[in-house]
Design a protein around this ligand. Structure first.
Ligand code: KIV
Ligand code: ZN
Length: 537
């Protein structure tokens, strides 16, 4: 008998993007949505259309351009929100509106405190029931696939939760989500909510119950799994577990728990698990959130063995210390660590696997650096190799551009403007350009593009603080691409605009070197994904 199916509802682009600092551009969202479709998630929650024109456009474009999964838009249980979600999804073929309303007393008091929602808690709850009914019915006029969430269900009075669930179902909700919005529940009590919903709320068989867990107590994955054991058949989760505050349940962890322990759960997902690590890296690059090396499933160390006793065991049989196959999640079977005896062949083989191409004229230089490093360091990691190659390349390369001057002005009520002076090595001429932008960095990049005349795609920009205090050092990483090749620029400064400009010029210099004479080092095609072990920091 085959296992029952659990629907994987990915909310990386909605709840995940709500993580402070994780905002993504529309192009980044589209790229991730296509990747989620390759990963074979069942539902992509693409955004919250009423919340901003950019959110609306992202949902609209994903619904129009991404095939495979159901595309979902979020809406509060109010008319304008539901209509905005319906409009944004209108061109999609498989679409869902996800409408929600707060149901716990704490939330009701905070959000519906005004007397117009009712004077007593009982009256306010009646208002919530009415709004639930109206929102779900309105959503059904746009699509037959409607999800309802009782926000803060984890702290909601059980009788009232049951009433709301019953009203949503009667109004036509096809999925009912019981979120632990604040990450408050422990697995046993979260599971109880699902048993209660099935047993007491009179739900028809076809209505699917869903988990949605936050990780405030580090229990999001455990609670999601407890939910499916108690009858939920949809899990809402995000890549790398990103999301509000401490984040959401991590997709890769719930999916692999169901797969590795399939005997215990008896449930399947449709996820194409060998794409998990690649997808994790893509989200890490787009958000600038590093994946910790010890992160379950997709972390750089998840399949590395350091202690001698573990290494011996694994060499004899991988099962001694590994419960899943590295290749099943898109990691390498063994984290190969090069040492001084690895030789030229081992080195260039490894670089090739990382997607790094080294031209013949640079091979000796790179190899010599490797030998020097191997004398000082017992084991050489992929990150060491990438640094080493980048150093060799920077030394050998003629810099085509140099940023000689930059002036940026921005302020309340005025459009940011940047003026740059870029020196061109080939012509010995310095080019001055001025550009306006959506923000100061955008203005700088536009001015530099004009001054260099370069055409390429900006794939990602991320910034992180690498020291503390108001004068903290900012580290900017920029990734640009031209055709199948990718180029990274990295710069540090206490002036983040300067670091942003320097990183960009560095990436352009690499691109130009690749385009013209040198073709020395580039990250090729998907190699970029392997090249950023642990994110782009
Ligand atoms: O955490 C939450 O309750 C949510 C809802 C919108 C489902 O994100
Ligand atoms: Zn949430």
């Amino acid at each position: 008998m085959s296992n029952e199916r659990v629907i994987i509802f990915d909310t990386t682009l909605r709840d995940g993007e709500q993580a402070p600092g994780a905002a993504m551009t529309i192009n980044e969202k589209l790229r991730i949505a296509h990747q989620l479709a390759r990963l074979k998630v069942d539902v992509i929650e693409a955004g919250f259309p009423i919340s901003s024109p950019a959110q609306f456009e992202a949902v609209q474009r994903i619904a129009k351009e991404v095939e495979g999964p159901v595309i979902c838009g979020l809406a509060r249980a109010v008319e304008d929100d539901v209509r905005a979600a319906g409009e944004a999804l209108i061109t999609g073929t498989k679409t869902r509106i996800h409408t929600f309303i707060a149901t716990s007393d704490i939330h009701i008091n905070a959000k519906f405190g005004d007397d117009r929602f009712g004077k007593t808690m009982e009256e306010k709850r009646q208002t919530i029931l009415r709004m639930t009914d109206e929102a779900v019915r309105l959503a059904r006029t746009y699509t037959n696939d409607v999800e309802f969430s009782a926000e803060d269900a984890g702290r909601t009075d059980l009788d009232f939760l049951c009433e709301v669930v019953a009203v949503a179902s009667a109004a036509g909700a096809t999925t009912i989500n019981i979120p632990d919005t604040t990450g408050y529940c422990v697995p046993k009590e979260y599971a109880e909510l699902f048993r209660m919903a099935r047993e007491r709320c009179g739900l028809p068989e076809h209505v699917i119950l869903s988990t949605h867990c936050h990780d405030d107590l580090g229990l999001a994955v455990a609670n999601s799994l407890a939910g499916v054991l108690a009858g939920a058949r949809q899990i809402e989760c995000t890549i790398n577990g990103i999301g509000e505050r401490a984040g959401n349940a991590s997709l890769e962890e719930v999916v692999m728990a169901l797969k590795v322990r399939s005997g215990r759960f008896g449930l399947d997902t449709g996820i194409n698990t060998p794409l998990l690590t690649e997808t994790s890296k893509m989200v890490s690059i787009a958000t600038g959130f590093m994946v910790p090396p010890n992160k379950a499933v997709v972390g750089g160390n998840a399949f590395s063995h350091e202690a001698g006793i573990h290494q011996h065991g694994v060499l004899k049989s991988r099962e001694t210390y590994e419960i899943m196959k590295a290749e099943d999640v898109g990691q390498e079977a063994e984290a190969i660590r090069l040492g001084r005896h690895s030789g030229r062949h081992g080195l260039f083989n490894r670089l090739e696997k990382l997607g790094v191409f080294v031209g013949d004229e640079q091979k000796q230089e790179v190899y010599q650096k490797f030998v020097d490093l191997a004398d000082r360091k017992k084991e050489i990691y992929d990150e060491d190799l990438l640094h080493l190659v980048e150093d060799a390349r920077a030394k050998a390369r003629t810099n085509h551009y140099r940023l000689d001057q930059m002036h940026v002005s921005s302020g309340t009520g005025r459009e940011p403007r940047a003026e740059v002076l870029v020196y061109h090595h080939a012509t010995d001429v310095a080019q001055k350009e001025v550009a306006d932008g959506d923000g100061p960095v955008d203005a700088i990049y536009k001015a530099i593009d004009q001054a260099t005349g370069s055409h390429h795609d900006l794939i990602s920009y991320s910034i992180r603080s690498v020291s503390e205090g108001a004068d903290a050092m900012g580290e900017v990483t920029v990734l640009i691409s031209d055709g199948g090749a990718y180029f990274r620029g990295l710069a540090r400064s206490t002036d983040v605009l300067q670091a942003s400009a320097d990183a960009y010029v560095e990436a352009l210099n690499q691109l130009e070197a690749f385009r013209t004479e040198e073709k020395s080092v580039a990250f090729v095609g998907n190699g970029i994904m392997q090249s950023f072990q642990g994110g782009i920091a």
